[in-house]
Design a binder for this molecule. Structure first.
Ligand code: TEU
Ligand code: CA
Length: 536
């Protein structure tokens, strides 16, 4: 077992964690000062969203210099200090790698757009206009509108799957791949433990730039991008080769006990997601609880999700689970606090590495963003279309400042923060929940501690029951045997449940023997029963 298989990963959105220089924006020094909090929560690894030099059109996912820190977040020295202190505390640090696109102000793009003959022209994706002068094809941006912008000076369009200020790099060009691998080496040499790779599933593009076919699923109100299927703009065959190349760089820097890992942001259906394991991605983010579980939080549906994922993994693939991130509405707002607690129990007791989003341990709900305070370009671009509702769109609500205590601005800052604190921050904050043993904070801390139990870390998964408002499952160190005496009327054991052990045995070398014997006899013991009711 490697560290990243035992770890709980905690995502920090640096702008919103802790401000230390009174500019209303969180910074690296703030994260450093809050390391003791993260340590006390019991997490093992931090993933930091981008803190690189950026014009901040997409709050750091538009990188202008991959190898420097944006002044709003601090300096490279601040980063080194944060990393060193995290390591001293036994915390790993993953940084965000944004290889699909740069900022339009990155020197590479400035050079590329300068002329059609620029040596870096082919570092980005340039195409002549269609015969009518319009965009080269019908590809749509994730943020609405065409994925192509015309550069008047050179008369060609460039591709951007996100904002026009985020031109897509041309991954077919080996120089581009080498440049990004050099960026990886830069941070690996500084000592980072790995990367969360942004939009990994979008790196490859159809070389023929074919139009996307219309989607049957589209209806008014859905984003433009949903007008079309995504046959040619995502999950292309060459993307697997790109992943393999990146993995090789990580392996160059890995030693036994000190693997450097790749966590991949991949929004794909599970059967396509799991192929990224074979390509070399250690942890292709499994968003199925977000995309399929939160909209349909019934026991039967949750069991179905868990079983279909378990059933797709080979014995070399280590599972992982996620409930929230900086692009998704807050867990507590989707489920309400009681079921958010249940969701935490689920996340920390399923098989595989959990990733936790900052603030969810307080059951922090979506923030309320007044129209004039909207920051997210995804929302601002809807302003014309949704003049009365645009401020409820976008991703600001899940990016509000961490409420540390009841002081003005919640201990996040001494000045007005870049986004407002949640209205209830005087009662919902870290200090208040520390005092309350029944708080979500205490629950999450206890769950993270509980997860260190070998049964939960290494044990198999098996559905025990999933019907009539109850989802119960077993976790244990040995392979699953037959159904427990007639109880298996739910969806049943996972597809991987039959036969011999299908995962490495626990540290003591356990293995073999009867599956969940204690549970089957209806007593406590090595196997654990995870179950919940809405009364928690
Ligand atoms: O997100 C990619 C992505 O697909 C999201 O934009 C998602 O579709 C959207 O937020 C709706 O849920 C990554 C980053 O996580 C996001 O913050 C960036 O804006 C985006 O890439 C571009 O780098
Ligand atoms: Ca600051």
């Amino acid at each position: 077992m490697s560290w990243w298989q035992r770890a709980v990963i905690y995502q920090v959105y640096p702008r919103s964690f802790q401000d230390t220089n009174a500019d209303g924006v969180g910074d690296l020094e703030g994260i450093r000062r809050r390391l003791p909090y993260l340590k006390s929560l019991g997490v093992d690894a931090l993933w930091l969203s981008p803190f690189y030099k950026s014009p901040m059109k997409d709050f750091g996912y538009d990188v202008a210099d991959y190898c420097d820190v944006d002044p709003v977040f601090g300096t490279l020295q601040d980063f080194d200090r944060l990393l060193e202190e995290a390591h001293t505390l036994g915390l790993k640090v993953l940084v965000d790698l944004v290889p699909n696109h740069t900022s339009s102000e990155h020197p590479w793009f400035l050079e590329s757009r300068a002329s059609r003959n620029s040596p870096k022209r082919d570092w980005y994706i340039w195409k002549d206009p269609a015969p009518d002068g319009g965009p080269p094809n019908n590809w749509q941006s994730f943020f609405g509108g065409p994925a192509w912008t015309l550069d008047e000076a050179t008369g060609q369009y460039y591709l951007h799957l996100f904002l026009p200020e985020q031109p897509d790099l041309n991954w077919r060009n080996p120089e581009v791949r080498e440049a990004i691998k050099e960026v990886m080496r830069f941070w690996l040499r500084r000592g980072v433990d790995g990367f969360r790779v942004d939009v990994l599933w979008l790196l490859g593009k159809d070389p023929l730039f074919r139009d996307e076919p219309g989607s049957d699923l589209w209806r008014p109100g859905l984003p433009d991008r949903a007008r079309h299927e995504h046959l040619y703009t995502e999950d292309q065959p060459e993307t697997y080769a790109y992943v393999r190349e990146m993995r090789q760089v990580l392996d160059e820097f890995s030693e036994p006990g000190r693997e450097r890992v790749m966590v991949g942001e991949i929004y794909l259906p599970l059967p396509r997601l799991v192929r990224y394991y074979a390509a070399g991605c250690h942890l292709p983010f499994n968003f199925s609880l977000i995309t399929e579980g939160l909209p349909d939080w019934r026991p039967e549906n949750l069991a179905r999700i868990v079983e279909s994922y378990e059933g797709l993994l080979t014995r070399f693939d280590w599972p992982n689970w996620v409930l929230g991130n900086h692009d998704q509405p807050r867990l507590a707002s989707r489920l309400g606090e009681p079921q958010a607690r249940v969701a935490a129990m689920l996340l920390f007791t399923l098989r595989g590495t959990p990733t936790w989003y900052y603030g969810d341990e307080l059951a922090l709900p979506n923030g309320l963003i007044p129209p004039e305070k909207v920051q997210d370009p995804a929302a601002l671009r809807q302003r014309d279309r949704e003049p009365t509702a645009y401020h409820t769109l976008g991703r600001d609500p899940e990016r509000t400042p961490m409420p540390w205590d009841a002081s003005p601005y919640g201990g996040f800052s001494t000045v007005e923060p870049w986004l407002p604190l949640n209205p209830d921050y005087r009662t919902r904050n870290v200090a208040a929940q520390e005092q309350d043993p029944r708080s979500m904070l205490h629950l999450v801390r206890r769950l993270i501690a509980l997860r260190k139990d070998p049964d939960l870390l290494y044990g198999a998964y098996r559905t025990y029951r999933a019907r009539e408002g109850v989802y119960a499952y077993l976790r244990g160190r040995v392979a699953c045997g037959p159904e427990p005496h007639g109880e298996g009327e739910g969806p049943g054991a996972s597809a991987r449940g039959e036969g011999g052990p299908f995962h490495p045995p626990g540290p003591g070398g356990e293995g073999g023997g009867e599956a969940f014997p204690a549970a089957r006899r209806g007593r406590g013991g090595a196997a654990r029963l995870g179950a919940w009711t809405p009364s928690l």
